[in-house]
Design a binder for this molecule. Sequence first.
Ligand code: C2E
Ligand code: CA
Ligand code: CA
Ligand code: CA
Length: 281
Amino acid sequence: AKQFGSNTLQFYRDSLQSSSRERLLLEAQLDKALVRGELEVFYQPKLNFAANRLQGAEALVRWRHPERGLVSPAQFIPLAEETGQIDAIGDFVLHQACAQARAWQQAGIAELRVAVNISMGQLRQGDFVERVGAVLVSTGLPAHLLELELTESQLSDDVEHLAKVFTRLRTLGVRLAIDDFGTGYSSLGYLKHLPVNVVKIDQTFIRSLDGSDHGGDAAITRAIIVMAHSLGLEVVAEGVEEPAQLEFLREHGCDEIQGYLISRPVEAATLASLLREQAAQ
Ligand code: C2E
Ligand code: CA
Ligand code: CA
Ligand code: CA
């Protein structure tokens, strides 16, 4: 996978932080990007320990900017959330990811579960559940192969309302994951009230995992795994870059891992070759 150019990152960092005129420019460019098909979905596979296979992949959006190359979502998703453009972008990614997973299933390449990031703004749309249902129908993807990832810090407001939306999504048959787990303030309490399937341990805890546990990250990681399992939830660790981190997570019963050690986020065709290799083994 290509790296993002540092000039690109700096340009957007500057734009986001500087004048509202530049923000308007970026907003207008983003509108055009959708229409012109400059947004693209990359996929990062997840390794399941028990099956010893790639069983899932996270969909991560990229902007293939005509002059600036590949732009990271960190540079435009926050703006899109403010402007409301996230609704259109989110619809695009959801449809694209479901269609891709269905295509891999139909081609006999893999029964891959695809995970899609959902912003709070999308979840607040009155018809969000219907939209998800419609995408499943139009792409033909079985609901159990779709997982929605919601960031923990976004879940702080109205838990009662969220619980209703989550329950309806579960009734559709889709799976729900709490992203960046451990970084919010209310980590434990709401898990009781929200019908989720998966917690994704935030990468900040994984970074220092090498068994020696200097800053307490290993203790926290172990505790999250035990707690999640006792609630009947699956645990995914993200940001796994080192073999020592993989070993620690395997030993402590983590279910799946995701990170550069397994693969960076890659284009659909690249993941398809990885999956074909795996199927041939
Ligand atoms: P996230 O959902 O927490 O996604 C994980 C991020 O960590 C991705 O960054 C991924 O490329 C990166 N990552 C994966 N493995 C490793 C690793 O081993 N080491 C390191 N250092 N990083 C790793 P990315 O693709 O730049 O996405 C950034 C964020 O943008 C995502 O964080 C997510 O919050 C948001 N995002 C991306 N696509 C979408 C989307 O379609 N919709 C929404 N609402 N948000 C999105
Ligand atoms: Ca995510
Ligand atoms: Ca995350
Ligand atoms: Ca994150």
